[in-house]
Design a binder for this molecule. Structure first.
Ligand code: FAD
Length: 440
């Protein structure tokens, strides 16, 4: 580690490594400080870089997000994908991701983060592991460096820019309680465990703006009662809830399930005890539960896996059998049956509440299945406010000199909507590198 760099990146995930590799490629001296044993963060679990392809699709899906940020994401996506390919990473054919019209590509995220790290080091930069940034150094309102804690030593390192890219605060239940709520604090974690809010706290220490409040989170429904480990992050995510119906402890549907499993996860967090039954029939089981959620992803029979792992699952030859759900689950079986029957009677008509935008088919093909489900969090949408150049903003909306942020540390882009975590890390990580090159 040297005593001075042009860019210090806090957190070596998708956002930090993209910024570091692109800034190093443009000739900047770069230090990446990563708390883990290796780089990559949550990108190591991911596989598809995708987003809304046009302003129209983005605006329809994510109308509450900051308009400059959401349009910057659309604008920067193709160039970001070209950059990934320029490193020699194979990019899959363009494909649809999610029914609202997302588009993107499969790629090897592990190869990408490793090549970024290699690029930084080849260009004379440093990547230090098992180290943390504990403090920002501020001079006359500008961030001019950091204090790094590494191997028991505290080192002050100067820089023109500091990029916050620690991946959010989902790993810290106390921060989730403070910034999101009780139910969100209790959710199982579906991300790398080291994103515990360091970036957010560093930004707060220089009075950065944060937001949006009540923006929600990216996550997925998973089976309840199952010991959820990182090997389950994809295997146990119940993406097929989009074709099922969800019934809460009061025996009611509470969300348009077809908008997206990640949206239903947010809605379920707000229900009593944050748990619900996912009910589906043989058609959904064959067409959606047993198949992969995007082309190329591994297909897992989640019902069987959940059952084997002690999850609450059931199967019935007629709907009426659901009257006799195990008592310890706490649901009124008769009310659950009524909710399915009401859904079957009303789907496709204006009477159905909540309505159903997409899959309008009734659940009629026996046998019927049920999995009890809870939400798990990947990252919060509340975070550090930035502009389209990845500059951190203060409460007045002005950039704080020297401070940048990108990826899941940032807020404002998504509000109760989502179209790609890797894409946002890629595009705003790239924007941060450009800001380092051009100044500002
Ligand atoms: C199972 C799973 C599947 C996913 N699939 C997809 C997908 O297919 N497509 C998609 O778009 N998105 C997907 N995502 C989301 C995507 O992975 C994230 O949005 C993205 O990787 C976030 O990148 P980031 O750089 O902001 O944060 P992270 O990847 O979380 O990186 C943050 C890094 O900062 C480090 N760090 C934390 N605190 C400190 C500190 N104090 N000091 C130094 N370092 C620190 C962490 O160790 C970590 O390496 C998925 C996520 C998961 C968990």
């Amino acid at each position: 580690m040297k005593s001075e760099y042009e860019l210090i990146v806090v957190g070596g995930g998708m956002a930090g490594l993209t910024a570091g590799a692109r800034a190093a490629t443009a000739g900047a001296s770069v230090l990446v400080v990563e708390s883990g044993e290796g780089v990559g963060g949550s990108a190591r679990y991911a596989g598809y870089v995708w987003t809304a392809p046009t302003y129209e699709v983005m605006d329809a899906e994510n109308s509450g997000g900051d308009v400059d940020l959401r349009h910057a994401l659309v604008d920067g996506f193709a160039e970001g994908v070209e950059w990934i390919a320029s490193l020699g990473v194979e990019i899959g054919q363009e494909q649809r991701i999610l029914d609202f019209g997302g588009r993107g590509h499969a790629f090897d995220t592990n190869q990408y983060v490793d090549l970024c790290r290699q690029r930084i080091v080849e260009r004379g930069g440093d990547v230090v592991l098992r180290s943390e940034v504990t403090e920002l150094i501020v001079d006359d309102g500008a961030v001019t460096g950091v204090v790094v804690s590494s191997g028991g030593a505290q080192l002050s390192v100067a820089s023109r820019y500091v990029l916050l890219a620690t991946g959010g605060f989902q790993g810290d239940p106390e921060m989730r309680r403070r910034l999101m709520g009780e139910a969100e604090a209790a959710m199982p974690l579906r991300s790398n465990p080291r994103s515990t809010g360091a970036g957010y706290r560093l930004a707060e220490s220089v009075d950065a703006a944060t937001g949006f409040d009540d923006a929600g989170f990216y996550g997925h429904l998973i089976p309840s009662n199952v010991d959820f480990t990182d090997e389950d992050f994809v295997a146990m995510s119940l993406y097929s809830s989009e074709h099922s119906i969800l019934i809460n402890l009061d025996g009611e549907r509470f969300v348009d399930e077809t908008i997206g499993d990640h949206i239903s996860a947010n809605a379920l967090a707000a229900q009593r005890e944050s748990r619900a039954l996912m009910v589906f029939d043989e058609r959904v089981y064959n067409d959606w539960v047993l198949t992969s959620y995007v082309d190329g992803a591994v297909a897992v029979d989640k019902l069987t896996v959940a059952s084997r792992r002690g999850g609450r699952v059931g199967k019935a030859d007629t709907l009426d059998e659901f009257e006799y759900l195990p008592e310890e689950w706490g649901y009124n079986g008769a009310a659950v049956v009524r909710a399915v029957e009401q859904f079957n009677a009303e789907v496709g008509t204006d009477a159905l509440a909540p309505g159903r935008l997409r899959d309008q088919e009734r659940l009629l093909m026996a046998p019927y299945y049920v999995i009890e489900t809870i939400p798990a969090i990947t990252f919060p949408f509340h975070g550090v406010r930035i502009d389209a150049q990845a500059r951190v903003l203060n409460a007045a909306g002005a950039p704080i000199p020297g401070l940048l942020a990108a990826g899941s540390d940032t807020g404002g882009l998504w509000k109760r909507a989502y179209a790609g975590g890797l894409a946002s890390a890629l595009v705003f990580g790239s924007a941060a590198a450009r800001t380092v090159s051009v100044g500002g």
